[in-house]
Ligand binder design. Structure first.
Ligand code: ARG
Length: 459
């Protein structure tokens, strides 16, 4: 492509070192879509005529088909997807093909392709997030009565409905979707026409290109347009955040699937055995998701570090944006798919959750609140219940097994009705402030989510 200036061929080693075709071939459909819009703008500007435009479109469509059927031969010597397609086009249709790159550089071309790619993939991730939310809601509905201990420091704290725990993840994923929606606005800006860095003396109608490609906005600074990768960094951050949310859920699932918790039973289809220990059923999907999150964060770091010291404008370093981007998108889509499938059919062992939730110490805070309602200052109540807990442990008898006389040894504010407090159902029902897990609240939350996910627009 640059034979004019050079006397010797690029060394084979440099070709191997610098090629991106082995991975950026994936941008082919966007490259072709962009070139068709470019041809329209060239025709509009009088650089090519209608017949030439038609030849270009026909040639590009043929190339697309050849790539899709596997007939197309990608050449490493042609470095990247842009030059592979352009060379094939000129070989096919001759002169009009050689006019296509007028007023265009690979710098604005690759920016366009990447934005088109990110646009489509952002939508795909968004929809998978919704599917994952739906899977969690299905599980919540199927086990709407299940109570589990809520933990802090991985120590039993207070009782909650399992659905409350699951809906916490639905909230997290909703924030991820909001972030995607916001990032999408910055992805959805059309860079073509920026040329190598300073536009072109042959002015193309950029609004026409934007319209053809469905962009609501066009970039306003050619130097920024060819070197901006902010939108990729943002997307990689959001993907990392989704990964981190799934990784936290993974950790819960791994704990729950252990014999010690036994809250969840994953289907055989989503677990693996051990080559040595015949009894094992391992939650590999969750472990892999937790593990792959390291990769997602690494991909974000990789891009940020690449961009960090770059002078204006395009530098070849920027070619290094693609592998982390492709990898993160592939992995998060898979993770969301497999996790949705796994959670939708997972079995909750309600006998085990019920046994765990029957731990009377989960109601220690409720006892303190009871004293508060009987006019004991909270700090005092806290200390009274602390002493009562120590006594109960020492006696090896839970709160409900103690007598009122024993309660009264710690405070005379206890009355016969204290035993009503010592009931998980009552305790949950009383947690009715906004955001708390009373069954009425959870029922409302579930219908709110069902309605919202049903009616919410995708990107
Ligand atoms: N393959 C290149 C990339 O991904 C395309 C842009 C090349 N531009 C250049 N001036 N060499 O960044």
């Amino acid at each position: 492509m640059w034979k004019g200036r050079f006397q010797t061929e690029t060394s084979n080693l440099v070709q191997r070192y610098g090629e991106s075709i082995s991975y950026d071939w994936r941008l082919y459909a966007y490259d072709i879509e962009g070139s068709i819009a470019q041809a329209a703008a060239l025709q509009d500007a009088g650089i090519i005529n209608k017949t030439e435009e038609r030849a270009i479109i026909r040639g590009l469509r043929e190339i697309k088909k050849e790539i899709e059927t596997g007939e197309f031969r990608f050449k490493t010597s042609l470095e990247d997807i842009h030059m592979n397609i352009e060379a094939a086009l000129t070989e096919k249709i001759g002169a009009p093909g050689a006019k296509l790159h007028t007023a265009r550089s690979r710098n604005d071309q690759v920016a366009l392709d990447t934005r088109l790619y990110c646009r489509a993939e952002t939508k795909a991730i968004f929809n998978r997030l919704t599917a994952m939310q739906n899977a969690l809601i299905t599980l919540s509905v199927n086990h709407s009565g299940a109570v589990v201990p809520g933990y802090t420091h991985l120590q039993r704290g207070q009782p909650v409905l399992l659905a409350h725990h699951l809906l916490a993840y639905v909230e997290m994923l909703e924030r991820d979707k909001e972030r995607l929606r916001d990032c999408y606005k910055r992805i959805n800006v059309m860079p073509l026409g920026s040329g190598a860095l300073a536009g072109s003396t042959i002015a193309l109608n950029r609004n026409l290109i934007a319209e053809k490609l469905g962009f609501p906005a066009i970039t306003q600074n050619s130097m920024d347009a060819v070197s901006d990768r902010d939108y990729i960094a943002e997307l990689l951050f959001i993907i990392s955040m989704v990964g981190i949310h799934l990784s936290r859920l993974s950790e819960d699932v791994i704990l729950w699937a252990s014999a010690e918790f036994g809250f969840i039973e994953l289907s055989d289809a989503h677990t693996t055995g051990s080559s040595l220990m015949p009894q094992k059923k391992n939650p590999d999907v969750a472990e892999l998701t937790r593990g792959k999150t390291g990769r997602l964060v690494g991909n974000l770091m990789s891009l940020l570090t690449t961009i960090k010291g770059l002078p204006m404008t395009y530098n070849r370093d920027l070619q290094e944006d693609k592998e982390p981007l492709f990898d993160s998108i592939d992995q998060i889509k898979l993770a969301l798919e497999v996790f949705s499938e796994m959670m939708a059919v997972a079995k909750i062992r309600e006998d085990r959750t019920q046994a765990a939730a029957a731990d009377p110490f989960l109601l220690a805070t409720d006892l303190a609140d009871y004293l508060v309602l009987n006019k004991v200052p909270f700090r005092e109540a806290h200390e009274i219940i602390g002493k009562l807990t120590a006594y109960s442990i020492q006696q090896q008898r839970g709160f409900p097994e103690l007598t009122l006389e024993e309660f009264n040894q710690f405070s005379d504010a206890f009355d016969e009705d204290v035993f009503k407090v010592l009931n998980v159902k009552t305790a949950l029902r009383a947690r009715k402030s906004i955001g708390a897990p009373s069954p009425v609240n959870i029922g409302r939350q579930i219908s709110r989510w069902q309605k919202r996910l049903h009616t919410a627009k995708s990107l």
